[in-house]
Ligand binder design. Structure first.
Ligand code: ZN
Length: 331
C-alpha cells in the first residue's frame, strides 16, 4: 500500500507557486466574511444568529474539506489547486511521519483559528486600554503588549525562510512546514496511483458510507478555491458601493450594524429610546464611528468621560458628536 506523505524525488514547488498558493489561502477567510455579510443582508433573520459563530462554522467547514483533501491528495485544498502535494521528510514510522496528516490539519485549521481569536482579542484589548477601561485583565495587557511583536517576528521569519528557500539553503517553503517536517512538491502520477490503490483497499461497507460523502466533499473541494477567489474579487469590486446597490433591485439594504460589544451598554427595545438613559431621545445625537442614537446630553457626558462610543467602544471625541436634524421630530 502506498503511504500518503511518503518522500519521493519529485521536484520541490517553485517559490512563485508557493506565493500564489499562500495568497489564495489568505483570500479564503475574507471571502467567507464577505459571503456572511452578503447572506446577512439577504436573509437577516436566519443568518444573524449564526453570525456570532461565523468563525467556528468556517473552521469546521475548512476542517472537513482539508481532511478530505489531505486524505485523497496529500495536499491542502489550495495546494491541490496548484498541483502541489505534501511530503513528510520525517523518518518512516516516526511519530511525525505516521501523524503527518493530523499535524497538517492542526497547522492548516487549528493554528489559523487560534491566530484569528488572538487578533480579535488584541483589537478588543487595544480599545479597552485606549479608553482606560477598569476591566482590563492581565491577559488583555499581555496580548496587547506581545501580539504585535509575535506577528512581526513571524512575518520576518517567513520572509527569511522564503529567501533561504529561493537560494536552496532549505527545502521547506515556510517555517511551519519545517517544524512539521513537511515539504511541498509537485504532484506526480505515482502519487495518484497510490491514492487510488489506497482507496480500493477500503472495505465494502466503508466504501458505501464514504463514497457519497467523498463525492460531495470532492466537488466542494474542487469548486471552493475558485468560488472563494471570485468572491474576494467581487468584494474588491464592490468595496466602493454598498452591497446590492444596483438599479432595479428594489429597496437598498441598510449598511451593516456595527458590532455591539457584549459588555457594553444594553440596547433598548425601542428605536426611539436612548441606550444610556433608556428614555425617549432628547435632541437625538449620534457618532460617525457607530451610528447609534442617544440623547445629546447623555452622549456628551459619556464621550467626555470615556472617549468612545458607549455601544461599540470605538474611540471618538466630543467634537465628533453630530446632532440629528429631521423634518419630523423624533421625540
Ligand atoms: Zn439619554
Amino acid at each position: 500500500m502506498a503511504i500518503p506523505f511518503s518522500f519521493t524525488t519529485s521536484p520541490g514547488a517553485s517559490i512563485f507557486d508557493v506565493f500564489a498558493e499562500d495568497s489564495l489561502r489568505s483570500s479564503l477567510k475574507p471571502a467567507w466574511n464577505y459571503l456572511m455579510k452578503f447572506a446577512t443582508q439577504k436573509y437577516p433573520n436566519y443568518i444573524l444568529k449564526a453570525l456570532k459563530y461565523s468563525d467556528e462554522i468556517y473552521y469546521v467547514l475548512l476542517f472537513v474539506m482539508e481532511e478530505y483533501s489531505l486524505r485523497n491528495k496529500s495536499a491542502s485544498m489550495t495546494e491541490a489547486f496548484y498541483e502541489l502535494k505534501r511530503e513528510s521528510t520525517a523518518l518512516p514510522y516516526s511519530f511525525m511521519f505516521r501523524h503527518a496528516k493530523m499535524i497538517s490539519l492542526l497547522s492548516l485549521v487549528f493554528i489559523p483559528y487560534i491566530q484569528d481569536k488572538l487578533e480579535e482579542r488584541y483589537e478588543i484589548s487595544k480599545e479597552k486600554i485606549l479608553r482606560g477601561d477598569l476591566n482590563v485583565t492581565d491577559f488583555d495587557r499581555f496580548v496587547n503588549k506581545w501580539y504585535p511583536l509575535f506577528l512581526t517576528i513571524s512575518k520576518w521569519l517567513r520572509m527569511l525562510n522564503y529567501m533561504l528557500y529561493l537560494f536552496h539553503y532549505t527545502g521547506y517553503q515556510v517555517p511551519l512546514l519545517k517544524l512539521t517536517s513537511i515539504q511541498l512538491k509537485y504532484k506526480t502520477n505515482d502519487a495518484d496511483e497510490g491514492a487510488s490503490q489506497a482507496k480500493d483497499e477500503r472495505t465494502f461497507l466503508r466504501k458505501m458510507l464514504t463514497i457519497p460523502l467523498d463525492f460531495v466533499t470532492s466537488t466542494i473541494t474542487k469548486m471552493a478555491p475558485l468560488l472563494f477567489y471570485s468572491l474576494s474579487f467581487l468584494e474588491t469590486y464592490y468595496q466602493q458601493e454598498p452591497l446590492s446597490n444596483k438599479p432595479g433591485e428594489g429597496t437598498i439594504p441598510p449598511p451593516q450594524m456595527p458590532k455591539v460589544l457584549s459588555n457594553s451598554v444594553r440596547l433598548p427595545s425601542s428605536k426611539k429610546q436612548c441606550p444610556l438613559c433608556h428614555q425617549p431621545h432628547q435632541k437625538p445625537s449620534t457618532l460617525p464611528v457607530s451610528g447609534f442614537v442617544f440623547c445629546h446630553r447623555c452622549l456628551h457626558s459619556y464621550v467626555q468621560r470615556h472617549k468612545c462610543c458607549p455601544v461599540t467602544y470605538r474611540p471618538c471625541q466630543v467634537q465628533n458628536i453630530i446632532q440629528l436634524h429631521t423634518n419630523a421630530s423624533i421625540n
